[in-house]
Design a binder for this molecule. Structure first.
Ligand code: COA
Length: 376
């Protein structure tokens, strides 16, 4: 029997099939259910992308209207969940807030006869902004905010709950575009975690809770927060260049650069970079954007590495007045759609996901009873 070679981090391994998304190494091929990301961005409607991913096809106008109304009607939070959000410490990482809240909602509204996977997907999509910002405002200033708002769309709803006023149209558009870009990305780590959990025939909330925990790390979704921390360190492009060169000399990882699949560029980066530039001009920024561009130039010159979606998302969110610790939770508010689509797909043709490993431990050896082992 031929022994298969193991792959470090499953790099290059085809771990299954999917009809949801393509990610091409060349950087030109990102499609959600056959639609190019550039076209979906031009459509400018995160809710239609959510519908496409979860329900399989783009909605008609009446379907989209009904879907948006349904999401609005699902925004209210159960009192028990609000109590739990109040009990969580104020210095909890917001990703841990979403992870626990998702799991707790699964206690209150379990999957079963009364609630199917589509209803849960919509409910999580509708409630994540309110969950996060109820917790945030309660612990920042003691306010128990109303998690309903007059905003029709997730981006505007999030910004309204965060800032307590009507969102600036440019900010809403930028966040809306970022939600479209973050919505889905094939077998990335968090989606794969969701599929592994779903593959055991576990429940929907468990799969999403696994995914949130996986997204949190800085090698995955946490990179947008880490990128912001990097960019903010520098007061000028010159300081950024010197700092970057020191980091590279020390073999440090530069967050927001590189990708497991893309080898030339990340097609999402150019789109969000344009928004970061526009917003930078709007707010009269003369530091963050030029610093970001210089970091990009140094990474290209020294490492041939390109920015991934997380790098320019960071300054884009910052210019919208979003606190850095809420960047990765925003990723959750979008990627819940891709995760849901993958859990549904995994269940349609389920097979337990259980690979094998190359063993590197000791050869078989004799067991010595505890009383016969040397004392020292
Ligand atoms: N900064 C500095 N060097 C980097 C780098 C980065 N962001 N990304 C990759 N490299 C280097 C690696 O150190 C490695 O160099 P070596 O061959 O001298 O050891 C080489 O490029 C190949 O990288 P590797 O770690 O094998 O790639 P990977 O496919 O395992 O990792 C990422 C992919 C995304 C985990 C990696 O690029 C990374 O850690 N990026 C920063 C975190 C990030 O932005 N994550 C969000 C991804 S969307």
């Amino acid at each position: 029997m031929t022994q298969q070679k193991s792959s470090s981090g499953l790099a290059g391994v085809v771990a299954g099939t999917t009809a949801i998304c393509t990610v091409g190494a060349g950087g030109e091929n990102l499609h959600y259910r056959g639609y190019a990301i550039q076209d979906l961005v031009a459509g400018d409607c995160f809710e239609e992308v959510a519908y496409l991913l979860i329900y399989g096809e783009l909605p008609t106008v009446p379907q989209l209207v009904a879907y948006e109304q349904r999401l609005i009607s699902l925004r209210v939070l159960p009192e028990a969940l609000k109590n739990v959000l109040e009990l969580m410490p104020g210095d909890t990482h917001p990703m841990d807030v979403l992870r626990t809240a998702c799991s707790f909602l699964g206690n209150l509204e379990p999957e079963g006869k009364q609630r199917d996977q589509y209803q849960i997907a919509d409910r999580l999509l509708a409630t994540f902004p309110g969950i996060l910002l109820y917790w945030y405002h309660f612990h920042q200033n003691g306010n128990r905010i109303d998690t309903q708002s007059d905003e029709d769309h997730v981006a505007g709803h999030f910004l309204r709950l965060l800032h307590g006023e009507a969102p600036k149209p440019e900010w809403e558009r930028a966040v809306n575009i970022s939600l479209i870009l973050y919505a889905e990305h094939e077998f990335n780590a968090s989606t794969f975690a969701a599929r592994v959990t779903a593959g055991t025939l576990s429940d929907f909330y468990s799969a999403i809770t696994s995914a949130i925990g996986t997204l949190r790390g800085p090698l995955h979704g946490g990179a947008n927060e880490a990128a912001m921390a990097l960019i903010e360190q520098f007061d000028s492009p010159e300081m950024a260049e010197a700092g970057l060169r020191r980091m590279l000399a020390n073999k440090a990882l530069v967050m927001g650069f590189g990708h497991r699949v893309y080898k030339v560029s990340d097609p999402r980066s150019d789109i969000i970079k344009q928004w970061a530039k526009t917003l930078s001009q709007d707010v009269g920024d003369h530091v963050l954007y030029p610093v970001s561009e210089r970091i990009e130039a140094v990474m290209q010159k020294e490492k041939k590495l390109f920015p991934n979606l997380d790098f320019y998302s960071a300054s884009c969110y910052h210019f919208c007045g979003i606190p850095t610790e809420l960047f990765t939770p925003l990723f959750v508010m979008s990627r819940i759609t891709g995760w849901a689509a993958h859990v549904i797909e995994q269940r349609e043709n389920n097979k337990l996901i259980r690979p094998t490993a190359d063993y590197t431990g000791p050869a078989p050896r004799a067991y010595v009873p505890i009383g016969e082992r040397p004392v020292a």
